[in-house]
Design a protein around this ligand. Structure first.
Ligand code: HEC
Ligand code: HEC
Length: 477
């Protein structure tokens, strides 16, 4: 982490000094940005940069691991089909599902395409259902934990989209106009979500909707490899250090061991391991059962779904452990893009501001991964993900009101920031935050509230040049 730490009144001075530091300091900042920051994933950084995809193996993998990476990729890319079929390795789709392949949502290993405003059958934007803060134990007996807008036709015919799918989504935006203290104006889009064409009637009392826009997945193996003790060192639920920030980890059951671990994956950190996250994606999003999630998602109210789930003809689970492991390996082996900007001076300025205005208090810049992590190539790597993986109250505007594990309606896991500047080029659009409402990195910062409000206000108080330096830094890491 950058060394300069000062309180608010000194900010302008500290930033100014970072800008015009003596040659010796500037050189050391340059060296740091060129030697350390250019390898955000340590030796797992991608060898080359691509403007078309984030899907590349990390640079230090063996030939065998690369082979597994590309085999796992084919299971991530190819659409799953209705069982029984002649393609036994890829059948078992549905009965209810959001998409037919992982890549349908994680386009290029990234965030996919945002649904357009109005009524649609969404893909990359999915809707979870969960209890609200006042009824923490409620579950939807009609729809389960996620709206699956698509289904197989229950007579095993062609794919159908509704009426058998659960619902459609009506997405609306309100425009909010705002101004920085220096007079520069900005505009935010505040979304609202309404489920329509609900197949099993109104959603029950005490259950609410939580929109989730597909996140980036590269580097997830390295996040899995950060040691739990390094994460827990950052936990401060009662804010004993009085910095206004109360990092807290979700506590969730590891389905492999039955033990409670800390949550790392998902927007509210509901999954403790990469394996569990991948298996959950198979069942929740594609309708593929595995040893971790052996039952289809049909609820008791969904009679046709229950009947269809018995017809697939699989003896064991729809994805066997051997193939599940290949998809987990594919995810674990994904590299992290190198830093894109060689302007060491502007990177150093942006990095200093990032720390000065409190961004680094949640977006922890760097770790050395666990040296005992089972995949040796991911172990003991100096990485720069910019996240504490902890839950934070982000204020009312970002709240979805829905509880997941120990995460409340206002809490979200700090997302990693590495590689986010490439989204525009790779996807042709850039979307940020849990529901993709922010159309730029700048908008994402402006939505920060709750524990991050102080930091957001300091961001607004920066002058144009300082804001530009910070945004250039964020687009480059
Ligand atoms: C319908 C769209 C969709 C499909 C299909 C999908 N995902 Fe996701 N993925 C998401 C969303 C949304 C999240 C965030 C989930 C949450 O908040 O719990 C996510 C989260 C993840 C994460 C965790 C990222 C993080 O940092 O928390 C991984 C890894 C992942 N998906 C891998 C996969 C794999 C592998 C598949 C195929 C088996 C897949 N996904 C299929 C939408 C999708
Ligand atoms: C209190 C902790 C906290 C602080 C302080 C904080 N953030 Fe965040 N940041 C988060 C969380 C949590 C999210 C996810 C919120 C959501 O998805 O609704 C987030 C999301 C983001 C995103 C969107 C990333 C993506 O891929 O969607 C960016 C960019 C970002 N923060 C940058 C910053 C910057 C720059 C600062 C300093 C001005 C900052 N953050 C301060 C916790 C924090």
């Amino acid at each position: 982490m950058p060394a300069v730490k000062v309180t608010l009144p000194l900010i302008t001075f500290a930033i100014a000094s970072a800008f015009s530091s003596s040659k010796a300091t500037a050189d050391s900042q340059l060296t740091e940005s060129s030697t350390v920051l250019e390898q955000p994933g340590g030796q797992m950084t991608m060898k080359r940069l691509s403007s078309r995809s984030y899907i590349f193996p990390g640079n230090n993998l063996s030939a065998k691991q690369r082979l597994d990476f590309w085999t796992g990729f084919s299971l991530f890319r190819d659409p799953w089909v209705i069982a029984p079929s002649s393609t036994k390795d890829r059948d078992g789709l549905g009965p209810l599902f959001n998409a037919r392949s992982c890549v349908a949502c994680h386009k290029g290993g990234s965030r996919g395409k945002m649904s357009s405003a109005g009524e649609s059958l969404p893909t990359s934007l999915l809707i979870r259902l969960g209890p609200v803060d006042r009824t923490p134990d409620a579950v939807s007996k009609k729809y389960g934990a996620q709206i699956q807008p698509r289904s197989i036709k229950f007579n095993h015919g062609r794919l159908a989209q509704n009426p058998e799918g659960e619902a459609w989504l009506d997405l609306r935006y309100d425009v909010i106009d705002g101004k920085y203290p220096d007079g520069t104006s900005y505009q935010l889009h505040a979304p609202s979500y309404q489920l329509t064409k609900l197949q099993y009637g109104a959603i029950e009392e005490g259950i609410s909707t939580s929109p989730r826009f597909t996140p980036n997945i590269f580097g997830a193996g390295l996040l899995d490899a950060i040691s739990t003790s390094d994460l827990l060192l950052q936990e401060d639920p009662a804010d004993t250090n009085k910095d206004g920030i109360s990092a807290r980890y979700n506590r969730v059951v590891d389905r492999d061991t039955g033990e409670v671990g800390i949550g790392r994956f998902g927007f509210k950190a509901i999954h403790p391991t990469l394996k569990q996250q991948v298996a959950a994606a198979f069942i929740g999003d594609i309708g593929i059962t595995s040893s971790l999630f052996p039952s289809e998602t049909c609820t008791e109210a969904q009679v046709a779904c229950l009947a269809a789930s018995k017809l697939g003809g699989h003896k064991g689970t729809e994805i066997p452990d051997k193939l599940l492991k290949l998809v987990v390996d594919f995810n674990a082996y994904l590299g992290v893009p190198p830093v894109r900007n060689n302007n060491g001076e502007i990177l150093a300025k942006g990095k200093a501001i990032f720390s000065e205005i409190g961004c680094a208090s949640c977006h922890t810049p760097s770790y050395t991964t666990d040296k005992h992590y089972p995949i040796a190539e991911l172990a003991n790597q100096k990485i720069w993900p910019y996240t504490d993986l902890a839950l934070h109250d982000m204020g009312p505007a970002l709240s979805d009101g829905v509880i997941e594990g120990k995460a409340s309606g206002r809490e979200w896991r700090t997302p990693p920031l590495w590689g986010i500047g490439l989204q525009q080029e790779i996807l042709g659009e850039s979307r940020f935050l849990h529901d993709g409402r922010a159309r730029s990195i700048e908008e994402a910062i402006l939505w920060h509230g709750g524990e991050a409000l102080q930091s957001q206000q300091k961001f607004k108080q920066l002058n144009t040049q300082e804001r530009k330096a910070l945004l250039t830094f964020l687009a480059s890491i």
